[in-house]
Design a protein around this ligand. Structure first.
Ligand code: AQP
Length: 327
């Protein structure tokens, strides 16, 4: 069985972009792969987090994993900060990473743009992400398109380590969905939908009320035409909404175009909202049950124990190869 690893930051409320680009694939892959899924709280603190909010968001993201269909009997589900080997290998890989490589990362450029001071952790984030993946010798990493560049760096670091210290790490492959790899903001189709966007109308949160979802979609920016046509170059806003529709309904882009031929954006948006609600409402119901039941802490504890076993083996090997003395 191929091994899969991925994670999501508890840096805000999970969005429909996180669901379509990542979580939906996590759920599908657990049936045919050995899966490790983390909530990457160490990554979340690369931008300032209020402690109470971080705690709440970490619990919420973990509960959404389960509510979306991740099964702790099939996948190892844990918090990154519960497995200290992430930070340990992260440091070792940081020492192998070149400044120039980190400077080229578009996520760093986007997140640091216009800021007077930026934490060093935001800069070295990709080395920690490489450690997350390489600790488990993952073969496949399901991510949205925005993480592709980080994954390429992970591959480079794995090669670099293997060349310098001898064959150690599996070189991971990205697993990026064909449609929906980059869900864009509802207010600006040139930016990806992002949970840390201060404009609430720019994203659909997985926990948004159905009434809020309907309102956000009805207000989503479109062009001044009326043709429901997938054309990312000339109609980026409508194409983004078609991607969301296709993902939520299972219909192809061609089927959706045919369905709304000559009807304008009104009926299309109305139906789109219902498709999104139909996907998110059952997840929301399970989410509230899980939060009430208190089962989350046991799941995360057991997941961390399982993950740490594997992670410790890797760190031990890496330390030996790099020349650290054994205890
Ligand atoms: N808009 C998106 N479309 C498709 N996939 C997306 N992902 C994120 N946004 C979209 C995928 O979700 C996973 C988790 O991402 P993350 O939390 O580690 O960080 P991110 O990519 O930076 O996501 P956000 O929502 O934009 O978070 P903030 O605002 O905190 O930076 C990844 O697999 C990502 O590809």
């Amino acid at each position: 069985m191929k091994r899969v690893l991925s994670g999501i930051q508890p840096s805000g409320q999970l969005t429909l972009g996180n669901y379509i680009g990542a979580l939906k694939n996590f759920v599908e892959m657990q049936h045919s792969h050995e899966c490790y899924y983390m909530v990457v709280d160490l990554h979340a603190i690369t931008v300032p987090q209020e402690p109470a909010a971080l705690r709440e968001q970490t619990e919420a993201v973990s509960a959404l994993y389960i509510a979306s269909g991740l099964d702790p009997a099939k996948a190892t589900i844990f918090l990154q900060s519960h497995v200290h080997q992430h930070a340990e290998l992260g440091w070792m890989l940081t020492t192998l990473t070149y400044m120039g490589e980190l400077e080229r990362m578009t996520q760093f450029k986007d997140k640091s743009a216009g800021k007077e001071s930026v934490g060093a952790g935001l800069f070295t984030y990709p080395s920690l992400m490489a450690a997350d993946i390489l600790l488990y010798n993952a073969d496949l990493v399901p991510v949205g398109d925005d993480q592709k560049q980080h994954l390429e760096l992970t591959r480079d670091l794995a090669h670099r380590f293997n060349q310098r210290f001898g064959d150690t790490f599996t070189i991971p492959e990205p697993y990026i969905p064909k449609v929906g790899a980059r869900i864009m903001s509802l207010d600006d189709a040139s930016k990806k939908m992002s949970k840390s966007n201060p404009n609430q109308g720019s994203f659909i949160a997985m926990l948004d009320d159905p009434a809020v979802i309907r309102k956000k979609i009805s207000r989503a920016v479109t062009d001044s035409g009326r043709e429901v046509k997938y054309d990312p170059q000339n109609k980026p806003e409508v194409s983004n909404l078609i991607s969301i529709y296709a993902n939520c309904s299972g219909k192809s882009v061609a089927e959706i175009e045919a369905l709304y031929d000559g009807q304008g954006y009104g009926p299309f948006k109305k139906d789109l909202a219902e498709q999104v609600v139909a996907v998110l409402e059952p997840i929301q119901q399970r989410y509230h049950e899980i939060r009430k039941s208190g089962e989350l802490y046991d799941i995360l504890r057991q997941g961390a124990e399982r993950a740490a076993e594997q992670a410790e083996k890797t760190v031990k090997t890496v330390k030996e190869k790099m020349g650290f003395l054994a205890r």
